[in-house]
Structures are given as C-alpha cells and as structure tokens.
Design a protein around this ligand. Structure first.
Ligand SMILES: [Zn+2]
Length: 188
C-alpha cells in the first residue's frame, strides 16, 4: 500500500524513499547490489514459455549499483524548506519556549531570528513553538523573550530520512537509527 523502499547507494548511504514499483525496475535491471529486511513485497509478472511466472521480491532496503553519484550529490545538504512536519518531528512536538508537548495543530514554526529581521527558513534558525508562545514572542529577539529550552540542529542524513519517511518499517528504522549521532533527539 503505502510502503516505501529505502534506497541506498552501494556503500549504504541513503539517497531516497522510492515506491516499490521503482524498486522492481532496479531488480529487473539487475541493479540491486544487495538488500536487507525481513518483509518482502512480491510482484508477479508475465508467464514464460515454460509456464513459469516471473516473480520479483522487493525488500524494504535496497542498495542500488551505480547510484554513488546520486548519493554524493544529495550528501551536501538536505534543506528544511517549508516542511513543518520535519521540524516538529525533529523537536519531538515540544515547544522550545515553554517546554511543553503539543498536538500538531497547536504547533507552529518559530524563526529564532524573525523573518522581518532577515531570519531564514533553515534548520538552525527554526524551532517548534506552541502557538501561544509564538504569538507572545512576536518579532522579539530570543534574549528579549525567553531562553530556548533546547537548541536547534541540522539533522544528519540518516535522521533526515527517518524524519521524512512515511510508514517507516522496523527494518528501515533500525538501519537508519544505527548510526545516529548522540545529540539526536530521535533517539529515545
Ligand atoms: Zn510554548
């Protein structure tokens, strides 16, 4: 259904979440160097002359040969952009000013240096804030308001994939979580 496949380069660096059909194409082209994971999604194709039906089993994690260039290109930066969900998940749905946890609808993006003062939509300039705190802070500078209860940080590549994945399977989670830095808030 909504299963996504975690695509890696042959060195194991993630370069994308792809749909299973795209993974099938890599398998069919003989480009899957190795794969990982318990669960598999089986796709059946046409029948050969002998009557056998072709079958491709897609694993949750695949390493695609010839994908190094793609991975290298992406390694440089994984921008936050306007994706609030990534930010809220990085900050565990916790307001950076009052320290309380809130449901998604009560959260907003706070620019540490307000946009009217030139603040940008970057991982380091943005934190999760409850709507009440965000309103109170307005365009004030942090030191004129309240100290931050936690600091922003730029998620590493694996964290970014954990944050951006939908319906992440246990195998995929374990693979990505295995190399998170200690400061990651995604570690429990
Ligand atoms: Zn708050």
């Amino acid at each position: 259904m909504n299963t996504q496949i975690l695509a890696l380069d042959i060195a194991g660096t993630p370069f994308g979440w792809i749909i299973p059909q795209e993974a099938v194409r890599y398998y069919a082209a003989g480009k899957v160097a190795w794969d990982l994971g318990e669960r598999e999604i089986v796709f059946r194709g046409g029948h050969s002359r002998s009557g056998a039906q072709s079958r491709i089993a897609v694993k949750p994690i695949i390493a695609v040969a010839g994908s190094e260039i793609m991975a290298r290109k992406l390694r440089v930066e994984l921008p936050l952009g306007d994706q609030n969900d990534l930010l809220f998940r990085r900050d565990r749905h916790t307001c950076a000013y009052c320290g309380e946890k809130f449901p998604r609808r009560k959260l907003s993006r706070d620019h540490i240096l307000a946009r009217v003062r030139g603040g940008r939509d970057t991982w380091m300039n943005c934190v999760t804030s409850c709507r009440a705190c965000n309103q109170k802070k307005g365009h004030k500078l942090v030191h004129d308001f309240r100290p931050l209860v936690y600091l922003p940080y730029v998620p590493c590549r694996n964290e970014h994939f954990l944050l951006s994945g939908r319906n992440v399977l246990a195998d995929q989670h374990d693979y990505l979580a295995a190399s998170l830095p200690r400061h990651s808030r995604l570690l429990d």
